[in-house]
Design a binder for this molecule. Structure first.
Ligand code: EPZ
Length: 433
């Protein structure tokens, strides 16, 4: 029986086989931002006209969000890298549990559903391996806007009383600069009666991208990208054609780190440099020369020195690049200290890097990394999206052939990563592990 289940697991567990000690050359192309495209899709619920997004990445999360919106009655036309959403036929305010549970960003549609129709029943997003990921800030803010919100049996039910079912503008101070809460409340406030102010708002580029789309739809918003966002509610929003999703700063950072860990001079484009300032500074500090122009970044790695990282809300160092940066630090000269301050459990990639010969010890949510000369290839698992990316980077540099499983995570956030890396000289093959 055990043998049969092992074979079964073999069939079920595809992996990426990665030839190590590789040298990359050329240009790595960056797709549209996953964490922007997902929330922009939920903004389509706010109007009965067509909202068309371009530069949308091909990711399993995008497909999942499309299924969720279709289940609500939205017409979703997804072709190549564009998506046209028409919520004129919105017929439900309750996304199905089995779809929401796998995609945290779908919870954010509670804001747009409330704004559009005055009610929403959305399953609580599951916590995940990296932390509990509560939605307290979302709920507090929706209550401040006049919604009645209850949580029972894992379902958040929100509704607006009164004949016009319209939320009321309010002043909200977030306890923490939550990206999702800021996005949820932005979408709830744009059609509210009156003015809303969100203080201690998240400043991430994805929040700015959402605000820019909403403004093009007719919303009146100022301050997005800063700590205080002011929204003057309007009566209705209209559609938008050809709205381009911003480039994915986390994919761009991952590719810059691929160049650094293989000591390969490369170019990464498109990149909006100010979306990655903290990361670019750390790349310079650890010995990489960067040439930045209007369309992208050329990186020339030198001898990589150890540097310290502490993850922070934007504009600080992004938590989503903590694991990929740690992969680079495993073969840096000296000792680096990496502190994860955003999530309570986002150091699971340490054990996998140790299997490849990295010298790391963990104290609470801090990792201390002693650089080694070279990693050695081993079969490893990516436990979440960014940990999987870190293992791919480690495999590119390691001595031997590394097998990375956990591709279901990788495919959520990286659009065709093996084709992009193989196009610049890597040798990655998807196979059964
Ligand atoms: C977004 O998640 C991103 N996901 C995450 O990317 C990213 O890591 C995170 O922002 C931080 O930058 C999407 O945009 C789909 P948060 P979100 O609410 O909105 C705590 C990836 O790999 N918190 O800013 O869920 C929370 O527990 C993913 O692409 C509260 O305490 O992040 C966490 O520790 C992973 N109470 C911290 O704030 C709340 O009510 C950041 O969470 C909400 C959050």
């Amino acid at each position: 029986m055990a043998a049969a289940s092992a074979v079964y697991q073999e069939i079920l567990n595809p992996c990426l086989s990665i030839e190590g000690r590789c040298r990359l050359q050329g240009v790595l192309k960056v797709s549209g931002a996953k964490n922007s495209a997902l929330v922009l899709m939920t903004a389509g619920l706010l109007t009965d006209e067509v909202v068309e997004l371009t530069n949308v990445p091909n990711l399993t999360d995008i497909d999942s969000m499309g299924r969720i919106l279709s289940a609500l009655g939205v017409h979703v036309d997804h072709s190549d890298n564009s998506i046209a959403l028409n919520a004129a036929t919105l017929s439900s305010h309750e996304p199905p549990y089995e779809l929401v549970n796998s995609l945290r960003a779908s919870f954010f549609c509670i804001g747009s559903l409330l704004g559009r129709s005055g009610h929403a029943r959305v399953p609580l997003p599951g916590g995940c391996r990296i932390g509990a990921r509560p939605v307290v800030e979302h709920i507090r803010g929706l209550k401040a806007l006049g919604a009645h919100v209850s949580v029972e049996h894992g379902i958040v039910t929100a509704s607006v009383k009164g004949s016009n079912k319209r939320l009321t503008g309010a002043s909200i101070v977030l306890d923490c600069p939550s990206v999702g809460a800021t996005e949820t409340l932005l979408m709830a406030a744009v059609l509210a009666d009156g003015t809303t102010m969100i203080e201690n708002a998240a400043q991430e580029p994805e929040v700015q991208d959402l605000s820019n789309l909403l403004i093009q739809m007719g919303a009146e918003i100022s301050g997005a990208g800063g700590p205080v966002i002011t929204i003057r509610g309007v009566e209705r929003l209209h559609g938008v054609r050809n709205y381009p999703v911003i480039p994915d700063r986390i994919e761009a950072g991952t590719f810059l780190l691929a160049a650094a860990i293989t000591r390969s001079p490369m170019r990464v484009e498109p990149v909006i440099p100010e979306h990655l300032s903290a990361v670019l500074q750390k790349l310079r500090d650890c010995g990489c020369k960067l040439d930045i122009d209007q369309t992208g970044i050329s990186i020339t790695p030198g001898e990589i020195q150890a540097v310290d990282i502490t993850t922070q809300p934007f504009p600080g160092f992004p938590t989503d690049l903590q694991a990929p940066f740690m992969a680079l630090m495993t073969t840096a000269k000296g000792t680096s200290v990496i502190s994860e301050k955003i999530y309570e459990n986002r150091l699971q990639h340490v054990a996998e890097l140790q299997r490849m010969g990295a010298s790391i010890r963990v104290e609470s949510s801090t990792a201390i990394i002693e650089g080694v000369i070279e990693l050695s290839a081993a079969p490893v698992i990516g436990s979440d999206l960014r940990a999987a990316a870190a293992m791919v980077l480690a495999g590119l540099a390691a001595n031997g052939t590394t097998k990375v499983s956990g591709l279901e995570h990788l495919d959520r956030g990286y659009d065709n990563v093996e084709a992009k890396l193989n196009a610049v000289g890597a040798n990655l093959k998807r196979q059964q592990s």
